[in-house]
Each structure stands twice: as C-alpha cells, then as structure tokens.
Design a protein around this ligand. Structure first.
Ligand code: GCV
Length: 712
C-alpha cells in the first residue's frame, strides 16, 4: 500500500477527529464510519420521541451526512423513504408507503401469535414494497434495531428479506470493570487489565474523558450490552467512597451512558457501614446496618434514578463479608437486596468464595468444591432481586475447566454466569485467543445430561427472569481499546452471545469481521475474511494446545499469570495444584478416591466424570490423577498427547503469523502492525510454553517423544 492509499484507508476506518482535544485518536473498533455506508446512503424516517430516539437520530444523521442519504424525524408531510424506524405508539404518518411497511411489521407480529410482544428492548424488522421497517415498543428497541440494520448492510434492504422479530434472551447483559480509581500498588490502574489505563479513572480521580466513555457506550449498545459496573470488585478505600462522597463521579458516567441504554452498577464493600458510615459493625442482621444501607442506597437513587445496583465480592481473597459476623451469604446478599428493592435495583453477589490460605500439603481441601459447598445449601433463601454470579468454571477462568456445578444447583435462585473477556489466563491480549467457541461450549453444556436444559437456559430463566450473563471487561485507554486489535472480537462476541446465548460463535465472528474490516474498504475482502477466520476460529484451541494440558489448569507464572510457570502455584496457598510426580499427573476429584467434587454434578455428569475411562480427554487431568502411559480416547498416551499438542500448538501459531503477513496493504496499517508485533510475541511465548512443558514432563516421566523431536 502506498502512502496515499494508506491515508485514504485511515479516513475510512477512523473517526474523523480526536474525541477530545487532549486525547489521542482511538480506533472505532467494529463501528468505523464505513460500516454505516449502506444505511447512510439511504432515505431514513425516524418516528417517535425519547432520549434513545435522539441517539438513533444522531447516528442516522451522521451516517447520512457522510454518505449522501437523508433523514426525517416524524415529518408532517409525505416523503419517499427506504427505511423507517418507528415506535409503535408514535401515531400515524401522512405517508402511505411508510404505513404499509409498518403494517407489514405489525402483521408479522400478529402472525407470531403470542401477542406480538417486543418488550423494552426488542424490535421487528419487515419489508413492504421498497421500504424496510423497524418497529419497537420502546426507544431501546429502536436503537438495537438501528444497529441491526448496520450489521445487515445491504441485506437489510433486500426485497426478499422475511420479517423477523428480535428480542434479547437475557434481560441483563453486563460487563464488570475491574478498574481501580486509585492505582493499586500491585494490580495497577486496572486489575488484570491488558489494554493500558482505565477509561474511567486515572491516579485517584475521574479521567474526565467522557467522550471516550460515550464512544464506549456506543460500542456496547451496538453489540447488545446494557449494564456495566465501573469499579473493581476488590474495593479499596478510595473506591469505597464512590458509594457516598464520590457518587458524583459515578453519576457523570451514568449520564454519558444513558443515551445508549446502559445502566451503571457499582462494586461496593460489604464493610461500607464501618468504613464509610462509622458504625461499629457491618453485621447484616444489625438494625443500624440495615438503616445505613437503606439511606445510602436512597441517596444513590436520588442522584442516579436508573442506577442498576450493587456488585459484591465478599469473604473472598481478603474482601470483607458476612462470615466475620457468623452470618452466611444469603444474609449478606439479602441485606443489600432489601436496600435496593424499593428502587428496582439488583445485587450481583459473587459465588467466588474459597479458602485462599490453603496448605499445599493438604490434599483433602479442594478449591473447586468451595463455591458449591458455600452456595448450594442456600438455594431458595435469596431475595428475588439477588443474582448469584457464578464463574463459569469451578476454579478460575482457566483455558479449560468443567462447567461450574453451582450453575445447576440453585433452581430457586437467579444465577448469572460470569465469563472473562479480559484474557487473564488466555494470553493477556498479547496472544490471539478468540473465546467465542469456548463460551458457546459453556452455554450449550447440558448439566443434567444430553438433551436436557443448557446453561443458556439456566441463565435465561423462566420468562427471562434468570440472572443473565456477566463478563469481566477487556478495554482500557489503549488506541485499539483492547491492546490486541483482534481482542475486540471477544468483547463484541460477549455482547452478541448475551443477546442470544444460542447464537453460532463463528457467525458472530463473521459479523465482527464485516463490520470492523468493511468489504468496501479493502482491496480483497474475501482474503481478509478468510485469513481472519483461519487465524481466529480455532485460536482458543491452539492456545489450549501449547499451554496447560488436558484441563489441569494453573501452570502460569505466579502473580502476573502470563507465560509458563509449571510449578508456579504448586507449593503455594492458592489451592491450584497439578500434583505431577514421576509416575503421573492430575487431581483426583472422584468420589471413590479423591475430593468428591464429581459428586456436585447431577447424576449423568457425576458418573461420566467419576471414571477416567468415561471422562472426556480434555478434562481428564482436572478430574483424575493418571499415569503418563494412560491411554486417552484419542488413542494417544497422556505423555505423547502432551508432546504432540505442544509441538502442534507452536506450529499453528507460526502459521497464524504467516497468514497475517498476507494482509499487508489490505487493512489499516496501524492495525496490521499492532497485530504483527503481538504475533511475534505469541510465537515467542508459545515456544517457551512448549519447551518448558515438554521438558518438565520429559524430566518427570523419563518417557521420550515417540517422534524424537527436541526436548531439553
Ligand atoms: C478481582 C482471580 C484474579 C483476581 C480477581 C479474582 C476475582 O483470582 O487473579 O485478580 O480479583 O480472580 O475474580 O475476584
């Protein structure tokens, strides 16, 4: 690509101006101006009123100004249009073609036969004559409908397009920011953040770049996210103040995100009545404590009327909680729920509770058991505005873990599944690791056995009253939002899966590719699409191949969790061990001879996981301690599998890097270079993983590689 072409490409892909005079330009992620070409070239009529309708108007106006289309807002005269976006109760328009398109949408809803409800966020897209109609009951539905039209590009105007209703499966689709207000001495500005500083906070103060926050809200709305928490679940002194004297800082963020339909939540300290209120106790059954939370919460709603609620990490990794007062987690969660209930708020109460002062010599304590042991007995005791938020696996966001049994153990509780978009254990946004397929596997898991209800069903709940999906966010103040430009796809995919947990992750990735790298902005759109799929589709499995084998987990460097550290956690207090010795490796979690963790699953999986003969290969070492010569279902032995997958993983990463090179000149140069630089690091790091893991197991077992490759 010559310099002129590069400038042109940049104009197509980047927003025109820095969002704030002092801030650098930021990559538009999956909403480059070019993605709006098809919409912006059309004649659009918007009908309805409201804050979010104004947002739609603003979006359409910008697109039309750029690409030559036109936009009318509830005109009182007849106009010829290609697209109408209308609230259903917004009254008639003096326009027969538009009314015909509206009637087509209404007819489609009647045909669905369930009263044609769209809810607060749904919409229907239908065609009549030459007009496409998007109808919604509420402004948020129009906003989501608009972004759907953008995703569809020209296909939204295809005369053959059948009518379709779209409604989110999950009511709450939430991101948790682990952003610190004050820089933490060890964890920094963003705990487990791999994309620079926080977009909200800097050095103890609000960052003040609300334009970027607004742009973030726009990105989130366009993929379906409708809630965020703005501070780390580890709540230190400065962060605790957000609930009281620094509430204004939270309100500013809420004001900026409101036009995009995003509600703000806050992580709070369970000890707030003591730390902020000066009370002698935070005992959840103490009357003065209840009064304190009620008053503090009332003040929050006075300032932020649509405040979402609280997020709490209690009795976990040093955070205060109800155990201090001899109370349980239902007592704790209900205290906050009671304060939030009059205002319609919810408390997300995390189930990530375990003993982080374990003795590595003690093989009977099993961290994997902890969440179930603490929470399953409490089922039925939580108030209806409590959501118990459960990490998807029983340990900690590993590259491979079984699905947490807690998700199937609390039928009388609203449970949410918690995913990690930030790539703490999956390459820290230096490695390409597209997580959509992994999350989809989790969501499709059937805890009661094949053919039964899925995790997606559990978190959806009856009448969409389930706890929803939550994920730890991966953005920062980085130029590309996510450090690795391809990690933007994980954020996008989370939103889309939260809208529809049954969606195909490859199709979602395809949407992301089309939006981020619009075909009209590249010389060879097919090559770009194919290459991105080849690099990303299987990248999570590739990552799995060159890191910890067969579900054993935790072979990372202590502290930063990046790179291999095979014995890094083996003799620590964190409860994450692999027990490799000269004969074998893995954790015996069977009922027969191990920790009994398999017994936490409903009977089908309890049986499957119980025996090494039936346990799926990819989870074998999570559930069993087996000899290196144990033969897997694949026909390979455990030790040979370790060697083969580690050699294969590095070869795959090397191939990724080669494939990426084919895109020189095809895409924006800054994206190209950032990814190229990260792929170099991925090859380096994967090689290190391969050599350390292979060497470690060769030295332990003494078994040579059948194929005589280099092991040290
Ligand atoms: C916010 C893991 C991470 C911690 C994180 C914790 C949690 O342990 O390493 O940084 O703390 O999970 O989910 O609360």
């Amino acid at each position: 690509m010559n310099a002129e072409e590069s400038v042109e490409l940049e104009q197509l892909m980047f927003v025109e101006e820095p969002m704030d005079g002092d801030e650098p330009r930021v990559h538009p992620a999956w909403l480059p101006p070019e993605a709006f070409r098809s919409l912006g070239a059309r004649r659009v009529l918007l009908h309805g009123e409201g804050l979010l309708v104004d947002t739609v108007l603003n979006e359409v106006s910008r697109a039309c100004a750029r690409y030559g289309g036109r936009v009318w807002h509830s005109p009182s005269w007849d106009v010829d249009v290609d697209l109408v976006l209308a609230l259903r109760d917004a009254g008639e328009l003096p326009n027969p073609a538009v009314e015909a398109a509206r009637a087509a949408g209404e007819a489609a809803l009647v045909e669905l036969g369930d009263g044609g409800t769209l809810g607060d966020e749904g919409f229907v897209l239908a065609r009549a004559g030459d007009v496409t109609a998007v109808l919604a009951d509420a402004p948020a539905g129009l906003l989501y409908g608009l972004f759907h039209v953008v995703r569809l590009c020209a296909a939204a105007f295809d005369p053959a397009r059948p009518p379709k209703r779209h409604r989110p499966a999950l009511r709450r689709r939430m991101l948790n920011h682990w952003d610190n207000v004050a820089v933490h001495p060890v964890m920094g500005q963003v705990e487990r953040g791999y994309a620079g500083g926080s977009i909200f906070w800097r050095d103890g103060r609000p960052r003040g770049d609300l334009a970027r926050v607004r742009e973030y809200g726009r990105l989130l709305a366009s993929c379906g996210v409708n809630a965020i928490s703005v501070n780390n679940v580890n709540v230190a002194r400065t962060e605790a103040l957000l609930l009281t004297e620094r509430l204004g800082d939270v309100a500013e963020i809420a004001d900026v995100l409101r036009p995009y339909g995003i509600r703000v939540h806050l992580s709070v300290s369970f000890a707030a009545p003591v730390v902020l209120g000066g009370l002698p106790t935070a005992d959840p059954l103490d009357e003065a404590v209840r009064v304190w939370w009620a008053a503090a919460t009332r003040r929050v709603y006075d300032r932020i009327p649509d405040f979402g609620g609280y997020l709490v990490k209690a009795d976990s990794e040093g955070q205060p909680g109800p155990f201090t007062y001899g109370r349980d987690h239902a007592d704790g969660a209900n205290l906050l729920a009671e304060a939030l209930a009059p205002h319609g708020g919810v408390v997300h109460w995390r189930a990530f509770v375990y003993n982080h002062h374990q003795d590595w010599r003690d093989r009977s304590t099993d961290r994997a058991r902890a969440a179930y042991d603490h929470f399953a007995p409490l089922d039925g005791r939580f108030r209806t505005n409590v959501v118990v938020q459960v990490k998807f696996g029983p340990v900690d966001f590993q590259t491979r873990e079984p699905v947490s049994p807690v998700l199937a153990a609390m039928p009388a509780t609203r449970v949410a599944v918690e995913l990690q978009v930030t790539q703490e254990y999956t390459g820290q946004q230096r490695h390409v690791c597209h997580l959509g397929p992994w999350w989809s596997e989790v969501l499709r898991f059937t805890p009661w056995g094949p053919g039964g209800r899925t995790i997606a069903d559990v978190v959806t709940g009856e009448a969409a009253a389930g706890g929803g999906m939550v994920a730890v966010a991966n953005v920062g103040d980085d130029l590309f939002w996510t450090g690795h430009p391809l990690a933007q796809a994980n954020l996008y995919t989370f939103g889309r899966l939260a809208w529809d947990p049954r969606a195909d992750p490859t199709a979602i990735l395809d949407e992301w590719i089309t939006l981020t790298f619009p075909p009209s902005a590249t010389a060879d759109a097919e090559l770009v699409r194919r290459t991105l799929h080849e690099i990303m589709d299987d990248s999570w499995r590739t990552y799995e191949r060159y890191t910890a084998p067969l579900g054993v987990g935790f072979m990372v460097n202590p502290g930063d969790h990046y790179g291999p550290g095979v014995d890094g956690y083996e003799y620590t207090r964190w409860g994450t061990y692999h027990f490799a010795d000269r004969d074998g490796v893995g954790v015996d979690r069977s009922r027969a001879s191990g920790t009994g963790f398999t017994g936490q699953y409903p009977s089908y999986w309890a049986q499957v996981y119980e025996s090494p003969e039936t346990c799926p290969d990819e989870l074998l070492l999570f559930f069993h301690h087996v000899p290196y010569g144990h033969v897997l279902h694949s026909g390979s032995t455990v030790i040979q599998h370790i060697y083969d997958t580690h050699f294969a993983g590095v070869e795959e990463v090397t191939a990724m890097r080669r494939k990426w090179q084919a895109l020189t000149g095809m895409i924006d140069m800054s994206v190209y270079e950032r990814v190229a630089e990260r792929l170099d690091e991925q090859v380096r790091c994967a090689t290190e993983w391969r050599d350390q893991i292979n060497t470690y197991f060769f030295r332990k077992s003494g078994v040579p590689d059948e194929r005589g490759r280099d092991i040290y």
